[in-house]
Design a protein around this ligand. Structure first.
Ligand code: FAD
Length: 491
C-alpha cells in the first residue's frame, strides 16, 4: 500500500480517495499516509496556510478550494466559526451568542446562504429611535419624547451622513475633509458640539447604543463609525437572520473545506505561536495538543482577530509598514456579552414587544420559537458579565413590563451565556475604532505584503465595511483571490 501511494501525486491520490472515502477515513491515522504527506513538498510553492477558522478564514479556504489551490487551515480553538456561535434552542430557533444580524446590502452573505441552501428571515426594526426603560419597567424616554428632544440633532446627523457617504449603499467617502473632521471627533464630543444642552437621558441612550452595537462608549468611538452604521433615513430598516443560526453556515462551510481526510486540511487546536519570514517563505511554529510543531509555508493568510496578531511572536518583526505595526500594537476588541433565558415552554402569542429595545445598559430582544419563547440580552462596554440574579431580575422585569400571565412563565431558569472577553483566542467582541483611527485604519490591511504572499483577512481588513460578518467574509474572499492571481503564475 505504501509503495503504491508513493507512485501517485497528491491530486491523483485525492481523486482516487473520493471513491474510497471509507477506506481512507480508517487510513488517516496510519503512519504510511502521514509520511506520504510529509514527503510531499511538490506543492510547497502553491500551498496556502490560513490562520484562524472564523468567517474570514473559512471563506478564504472555501474560495481557494473552488479554485483548486491547496491549503491548510489552522484554528487555535476546538470549534470553527470564531465569533459566529449559535445554540440550537429546540426547534428552528437559534440563539445567537455572537453575531446575529446581516443587512440588505451585504450581498456576499445572501450569495453564500443560497449556495449552501440555507434560509433566512427578515425583521423590520427602527434603528434610529428606540425607547429606554428603567428596571422598574417605567418608561423614562418614550419614542415621542426622544423625537421631540432630538429632531434637530437627528437632522444634522443624517445630513452629515449623506454628505459623507451619499445616499447609495456603496459606502465610498464622498467628502474626505468632513469625514476626517468627524473621524477625529469622538461621538460624545460630536453630540456636545452640535447639540446645545443635550438632554441627559438622550446622552445615556446613545451611550447604551454604542456600547451594545460597537462595544464602546461614546467617548472612545469615532463619530464616523457611528455615522457609517446609521440608516440613511429614519425609515424602518430590514435586519436579516440566518434561519437555524450562523453556526449552520459555519458547519456547512467547514464540511466543504475539510475534505475527506480528517484533520489533514483543517487542523483544530493548532494555534500559531510564531511567524518568521525565511528566504523563500514563512516559518510557522504551532502549538497543538501533541506539543510544538514547525511547518513552512510560502503563502499565508492571517485571519485571526486583529488584537491576536501581536501575541504571535515575530509578527512585529515582519517587513510590513510602520502604520500596520502601530495599528496591530494598539488593536483591541471592545467587550460584549450575550445571554438568553427561557421565558416559556410554549411560544408566547399576541405579545406586543418591540424587535429590540434598551433597558439600563442592555439591549433586549424577545424570540418566539416554534415551541418555546426566549428573552435575549446584549451588553457592551465595561458592564459585560451576566450573573444568575441578574438574569432572574431581567426575566422578572420583562414579565412585569409586558404583563405576562405568571402561569405562562417557565419555572426553570434555562439560560445560555457567552462573555467574549473570556474566549482566549479572541478576547473581546468587536474591533474598536477610536477617534482618528477609522479612516486611516480602513485602507491599511486591504493591501498585502511580501509581494502578495502574506495576506490579511478578518472583519477589520476590508475597507468598504468593517466589524461585520459580511466584511470578514469579503476579506477572506479578497485575500484568497489575491493569492489565486499570484499562484496562477507559478508553474
Ligand atoms: C456579541 C457580538 C455580536 C455581534 N453582532 C454582529 C451582528 O449582528 N452582525 C454582524 O455582521 N457582526 C456582528 N458581530 C461581529 C462579527 O461576529 C465579527 O465581525 C466576525 O464574526 C469576525 O470574523 P473573523 O473571521 O474576522 O474573526 P473571528 O470570528 O474572531 O475568527 C478568528 C479565528 O481565529 C482564531 N485564532 C485566533 N488566534 C489564532 C492563532 N494564533 N492561531 C490559530 N487560530 C487563531 C480564533 O480562535 C477564531 O476562531 C458581533 C460580534 C459579537 C462578539
Amino acid at each position: 500500500m505504501k509503495k503504491k501511494l508513493q507512485n501517485l501525486n497528491r491530486r491523483d491520490f485525492l481523486k482516487k480517495s473520493t471513491q474510497t472515502t471509507a477506506a481512507l477515513l480508517s487510513l488517516s491515522g496510519c503512519t504510511g499516509l502521514n509520511s506520504y504527506f510529509k514527503a510531499d513538498r511538490t506543492e510547497f510553492d502553491k500551498e496556502v496556510f490560513i490562520i484562524g477558522a472564523g468567517a474570514a478564514g473559512l471563506m478564504a479556504a472555501h474560495t481557494l478550494k473552488k479554485n483548486r489551490i491547496p491549503f491548510r487551515l489552522f484554528e487555535a480553538s476546538s470549534r470553527p466559526g470564531g465569533r459566529l456561535y449559535s445554540v440550537q434552542a429546540d426547534d428552528s430557533t437559534a440563539l445567537e451568542l455572537g453575531a446575529e444580524f446581516f443587512e440588505a446590502h451585504q450581498k456576499i452573505v445572501f450569495e453564500l446562504l443560497k449556495e449552501f441552501q440555507i434560509d433566512w428571515t427578515e425583521q423590520l426594526v427602527d434603528l434610529t429611535v428606540r425607547p429606554l426603560w428603567q428596571s422598574s419597567a417605567q418608561e423614562i424616554l418614550s419614542e415621542i419624547e426622544y423625537q421631540k428632544l432630538s429632531q434637530a440633532f437627528i437632522n444634522r446627523f443624517l445630513s452629515d451622513r449623506i454628505k459623507i457617504f451619499g445616499s447609495s449603499e456603496n459606502y465610498q467617502v464622498l467628502s474626505p475633509a468632513l469625514a476626517k473632521e468627524l473621524d477625529n471627533l469622538s461621538f460624545h464630543d460630536y453630540l456636545q458640539t452640535h447639540w446645545i444642552n443635550p438632554d441627559d437621558r438622550v446622552l445615556r441612550y446613545w451611550d447604551v447604543q454604542n456600547r451594545t452595537q460597537f462595544s464602546s462608549d461614546s467617548k472612545s468611538i469615532s463619530t464616523l463609525q457611528v455615522l457609517w452604521h446609521q440608516p440613511k433615513d429614519q425609515k424602518l430598516k430590514s435586519l436579516f437572520r440566518v434561519q437555524g443560526g450562523w453556526s449552520q453556515l459555519v458547519r456547512r462551510m467547514y464540511e466543504r473545506v475539510a475534505g475527506v481526510i480528517p484533520n489533514h486540511l483543517v487542523k483544530m487546536n493548532w494555534s500559531l505561536q510564531s511567524l518568521n519570514a525565511t528566504r523563500d517563505g514563512f516559518r510557522c511554529l504551532f502549538k497543538n495538543p501533541e506539543g510544538i510543531q514547525t511547518l513552512y509555508a510560502k503563502n499565508i493568510i492571517l485571519a485571526t482577530p486583529m488584537n491576536q496578531l501581536k501575541k504571535i511572536s515575530g509578527v512585529m518583526s515582519l517587513e510590513i509598514s510602520q502604520s500596520k505595526k502601530d495599528r496591530i500594537q494598539s488593536a483591541r476588541l471592545g467587550e460584549s456579552s450575550k445571554a438568553f433565558a427561557l421565558i416559556h415552554n410554549q411560544p408566547v402569542q399576541n405579545l406586543q414587544v418591540p424587535a429590540l429595545w434598551y433597558q439600563d445598559q442592555t439591549q433586549y430582544q424577545f424570540l418566539k420559537g416554534e415551541n418555546r419563547s426566549w428573552l435575549g440580552g446584549l451588553r457592551g462596554g465595561e458592564l459585560t458579565q451576566w450573573s444568575l440574579p441578574d438574569m432572574e431580575n431581567w426575566k422578572a422585569s420583562f414579565i412585569d413590563r409586558f404583563n405576562l400571565d405568571q402561569t405562562m412563565v417557565a419555572k426553570s431558569l434555562d439560560y445560555h451565556v457567552m462573555n467574549w472577553k473570556d474566549q482566549i483566542h479572541i478576547q473581546g467582541a468587536r474591533s474598536q475604532w477610536e477617534p482618528g483611527s477609522w479612516l486611516s485604519g480602513s485602507m491599511l490591511f486591504d493591501s498585502s505584503d511580501y509581494g502578495g504572499r502574506l495576506q490579511w483577512a478578518g472583519e477589520y481588513a476590508y475597507s468598504n465595511e468593517k466589524g461585520t460578518v459580511s466584511s470578514a467574509l469579503e476579506s477572506g474572499k479578497k485575500a484568497a483571490e489575491g493569492l489565486i492571481g499570484l499562484l496562477d503564475k507559478v508553474v
